[in-house]
Design a protein around this ligand. Structure first.
Ligand code: AGP
Length: 609
C-alpha cells in the first residue's frame, strides 16, 4: 500500500504535503515524491528511501506554491528507485499523477500508449494513468481524468494536478481508500486520516467510483454514474496516533482486520488463468523451468515457516511436486542434497531474516533455482533470488505476523495452482473451482471478523491459564503451530501446536480439567480423525475450543466452545482458520496487559543468526 496526499488552499503546499507524507510513513517508505504548481511551472522532487531524504532535497527551496500532490511508496510494480517514485508526468510534463493501488491491465494499456507515441520513464503500473489522461486532455483536466479512469481495471486512489488547470486538484477513489479533508477555503485529499488530521477534523470518505474536483472556493463530487452528489462530512475526534491505527487500539488488531483487503490485493491481477505467462513474467520465472523441476525445498522461519508447511501440502497435492519444508536455521547445517532440478522457495515477510538468507545463499552452490515470497520489495532475499512473488500487504508494523502470513498463503495458493497447470496436473475445471473459492475468501474473512465478540468471550474465560494446546491435522496442523506461536509471542502463555494424531504418543499426558485445547476441526478427509482426538481430550476432562465449519452440529456436542468459519475448499481452510486464532491471541494478550505490538524480547525482523 502507498500513501498519497494532495492540497489546494492558501498555505505553502510543500509544507502541508511533506507533513502529510511523514504521517503516512507507516503505509510504506521505499521512496517518495512531491509535485507543486508554482508561477506557471511544475516543480517535481523525488527521493529514494525514507521521507527525510525528500525533505532534505527540498530544504533549500523556498516555495510559495499553494497546490500540489505527494506520494510515499510501498513498491508493488518496479523496484524502489527515483525513476519509479511518484509523482509521474505525461510526455509534456504538464500533468501529474500520484496513485495508490494496482492497475491490473497496465501492460496492455502501456503497449497501446507506446504505439501512440507516448514515452515511458518508469517500470510502474501507475505511469499508464498519466499518459491516458494526456491522451484525453483537451484543456479540461476533470474531463480528461473521467475519460482515462474508464480504461482502468484494478484498484486506484489518485491525486491529479495539471499545469493548464492550476486552480484544480482532482481526487479519484476506486477500491483504494481516499479521504477529503475540508478546511476553510482549503481542501486536502489523503489515503488516510492521519495525513491531514493536524489541519482539519472534518472529512468526507469518498465512495468507490467517486471523483472530487477541489478548488479553493469549493468542491464538487461526482459519483460513479458521473452525477454530482453530496457526501456526509464526518467530524473525527482521534488523536494522530489513534488515526495511524485507523482507530484500532493496536497495529496488530488493525492488521488482522486488513486481511480481507491484503489477500485481495495479493491475488488482484494474478488470477487470469488464461494468461498464465503474464503471471510467470511478473514473478520472473519461466514455465520451462517449472516443467524441469522435480522437487521443491521450502525454507523459512517462524510464522513464515508455518506458511511453508502449508505450502508443502499445496505443492504436493495441487502441483504434484515432491516438497519438503525446513526451518532456515536447521536447513543450512544439513548435508544438503540439491540440484538444478530443485526449486528453493524462501518465504520471508521482511526479506531480511538472517536464518533464511543463509540457506538461500548456501543452496545456490548446488545450482538450484530460487524463488522468494516476500512483502518488501528490494529486500536482501528478493535481491538474491532468481524470482520473487511479492505479497501486497503493505508494511506490517505489529511484531506478530498476521496479514503477512495470509498474504504468504495466498501467494502459495497461486504458485501451486500455476505450477499444477504447467505440470499438467490441474484441469481447467479444477482451476476455475479453485479460483472461485479463493475469490470468496476475503468476504469469508469479513464474516469471521464480524464475530470478534465470540472470541473475546473465550479470551475472557481463559486469559489466566498458564498452558494451551493447539491440535490440527493435515494443512491445519501448521495452523495449530501458528495459533500456538501467536499466543506464545503475544501473551507469554506457554502454548504448543501438535499434530492431533501425535497426542497419544505423549502430549495426552498433559490433558486435565485445567488445560484449554484448541482443536481445528473444519471438514476434510481427516475430519473423523480429529473428532476422535477431540473425544480423547474430553474423556480426560480437557477443555475443548473447536474451530469448525458452519453447519457442523456434531462438533457442538463434543466441544466446550465452537467458533464457526464459512465452508470452503479443504485446502483453503488455513486462510480462514487462522483468523480466530489471531484474534484469540490478541485479546488474551490485551487482557493480560501485554504490549501486543512490541512483545518483550522480540524484534520485527531477526537480522542476526
Ligand atoms: C511471527 O509472528 C514472528 N514475528 C516471527 O516468527 C517471524 O515470522 C520470523 O522471524 C520470520 O520473519 P520473516 O517472515 O520476516 O522472515
Amino acid at each position: 500500500m502507498c500513501g498519497i496526499v494532495g492540497y489546494i488552499g492558501n498555505k505553502v503546499a510543500t509544507e502541508v504535503i511533506l507533513e502529510g507524507l511523514r504521517r503516512l510513513e507507516y503505509r510504506g517508505y521505499d521512496s517518495s515524491g512531491i509535485a507543486v504548481i508554482e508561477n506557471g511551472s511544475l516543480k517535481i522532487s523525488r527521493a529514494v528511501g525514507k521521507i527525510i531524504n525528500l525533505q532534505n532535497a527540498l530544504q533549500n527551496e523556498k516555495s510559495s506554491a499553494t497546490v500540489g500532490v505527494g506520494h510515499i511508496r510501498w513498491a508493488t510494480h518496479g523496484k524502489p528507485c527515483e525513476e519509479n517514485a511518484h509523482p509521474h508526468t505525461d510526455c509534456n510534463k504538464k500533468i501529474v499523477v500520484v496513485h495508490n493501488g494496482i492497475i491490473e491491465n497496465y501492460r496492455q494499456l502501456k503497449q497501446e500508449l507506446i504505439s501512440e507515441g507516448h514515452r515511458f520513464l518508469s517500470e510502474t503500473d501507475t505511469e499508464v494513468i498519466v499518459h491516458l489522461i494526456e491522451r484525453y486532455f483537451k484543456g479540461d483536466i476533470l474531463l480528461a481524468v473521467k475519460a482515462a479512469v474508464k480504461k482502468l481495471k484494478g484498484a486506484y486512489a489518485l491525486g491529479v494536478v495539471s499545469l493548464d488547470n492550476p486552480d484544480v486538484l482532482i481526487g479519484v477513489r476506486y477500491d483504494a481508500p481516499l479521504v477529503v479533508g475540508i478546511g476553510d477555503n482549503e481542501y486536502f485529499i489523503a489515503s488516510d486520516i492521519p495525513a491531514v488530521l493536524s489541519y482539519t477534523k472534518r472529512f468526507i470518505f469518498l465512495e468507490d467510483g467517486d471523483m472530487v474536483e477541489l478548488k479553493k472556493e469549493g468542491y464538487r463530487i461526482f459519483d460513479k454514474k458521473d452525477q454530482i452528489c453530496e457526501r456526509k462530512i464526518n467530524k473525527i475526534e482521534w488523536d494522530s496516533l489513534m488515526a495511524e491505527k485507523s482507530g484500532y487500539k493496536h497495529f496488530m488488531l488493525k492488521e488482522i482486520f486488513e486481511q480481507s483487503q491484503t489477500i485481495e490485493d495479493t491475488f488482484r491481477g494474478r488470477i487470469e488463468v488464461e494468461d498464465i505467462n503474464e503471471f510467470f513474467n511478473e514473478v520472473n520465472i519461466s514455465p520451462e523451468i517449472i516443467k524441469n523441476i522435480n522437487r521443491i525445498s521450502i525454507v523459512a522461519c517462524g510464522t513464515s515457516y508455518h506458511a511453508g508447511l502449508i505450502g508443502r501440502f499445496l505443492f504436493e497435492s495441487v502441483s504434484g511436486i515432491p516438497t519438503e519444508t525446513d526451518i532456515g536455521s536447521e536447513f543450512r547445517y544439513r548435508d544438503l542434497i540439491l540440484n538444478s532440478q530443485t526449486l528453493l522457495i524462501a518465504i520471508s515477510q521482511s526479506g531480511e531474516t538472517a536464518d533464511t538468507i543463509a540457506p538461500l545463499r548456501e543452496s545456490k552452490k548446488f545450482g538450484v533455482k530460487t524463488l522468494s515470497i516476500c512483502n518488501v520489495m528490494g529486500s536482501t532475499i528478493t535481491r538474491e533470488s532468481d524470482a520473487t512473488f511479492y505479497t501486497r500487504c503493505g508494511p506490517e508494523i505489529g511484531v506478530a505476523s498476521t496479514k503477512a502470513f495470509t498474504g504468504q498463503l495466498t501467494a502459495i495458493y497461486l504458485l501451486a495452482l500455476y505450477f499444477g497447470i504447467i505440470k499438467g496436473k490441474v484441469t481447467k475445471e479444477y482451476s476455475i473451482k479453485f479460483i472461485d473459492s479463493l475469490l470468496k475468501i476475503p468476504r469469508d474473512i469479513v464474516s469471521i471478523l464480524n464475530k470478534e465478540q465470540e472470541i473475546k468471550v473465550i479470551a475472557k474465560k481463559f486469559f489466566k491459564k498458564s498452558d494451551f494446546l493447539y491440535l490440527g491435522r493435515g494443512p491445519n496442523y501448521p495452523i495449530a503451530l501458528e495459533g500456538a506461536l501467536k499466543l506464545k509471542e503475544i501473551s507469554y502463555i506457554h502454548a504448543e501446536g501438535y499434530p492431533a494424531g501425535e497426542m497419544k504418543h505423549g502430549p495426552i499426558a498433559l490433558i486435565d480439567e485445567n488445560l484449554p485445547v484448541v482443536c481445528i476441526a473444519t471438514d476434510g478427509k481427516v475430519y473423523e480423525k480429529i473428532l476422535s482426538n477431540i473425544e480423547e481430550v474430553k474423556a480426560r476432562e480437557g477443555i475443548v475450543i473447536s474451530i469448525a465449519a458452519e453447519g457442523d452440529e456434531l462438533i457442538k456436542e463434543k466441544s466446550d466452545f465452537v467458533f464457526y468459519v464459512p465452508k470452503t475448499e479443504e485446502l483453503l481452510y488455513p486462510l480462514l482458520n487462522i483468523i480466530p486464532l489471531q484474534l484469540l491471541a490478541y485479546h488474551i494478550g490485551v487482557l493480560r496487559g501485554c504490549d501486543v505490538d512490541q512483545p518483550r524480547n522480540l524484534a520485527k525482523s531477526v537480522t542476526v543468526e
